[in-house]
Design a protein. Sequence first.
Length: 230
Amino acid sequence: MQTYLDSAIKGFGKNIAKFAPDFYLQTKEYATFGTMEGLFFSFEHYLDCEDSVISFDISFRVKSLKGDEILCKAIGLDFPDLEFRALNKEFSLRSFPFSFKSMEFESLQELQEFDLTNMSKQSCKDILKAYERSMQDLFTAFKVDTNNEIKGLYDFIYKYEENADVVWYNKHLMQVLLLIELGDKKEALRLLEQDNRDLENEREIFVKYEEDEAMEIFEILKYALHNDVV
């Protein structure tokens, strides 16, 4: 079952990839992504099976392009490439998540009949058009109260009450990186010192510099801020 699901989602991605450039988007493996004015948007595609029900989910996510760059500079990595940004490699910043779309199939046969890997050209373009519209709508929302889309992103995630309980791998790490980007290094340091991460839902990132020595990302960022590395 899982082998087929993995194959189907890869086939869906390959099908979508043929038309993504028409919308200034790219598809790589399980993610379709694009940029807009300093923001990185991604749409991650999943097929999961639970209690014999197969769900096809698309997770819409957003982050600042600068966040991965600040992270790489602090750690001492090369400038982030698209694979690093889009596919959530070991040290990359996990984006803020939205629920975008979900479709359920009652059986494997129903999924096979739907045939994700051979969707029509028009169906693929309709999906990509919905992606493009979602990006534009969110970008517009970020600019309602400010002319700085990064400040709008920060306020949306960390000041909008309805998002207060949203937790993902890098909630506090993204907050620190956004504050650094916005020039508020004092507040970024305060958050790093407090370290209020929910470690049941947020990850620690350890970077090995020598054979037996590693530093956690919050310690690295504190050092980087104190020494004007970022």
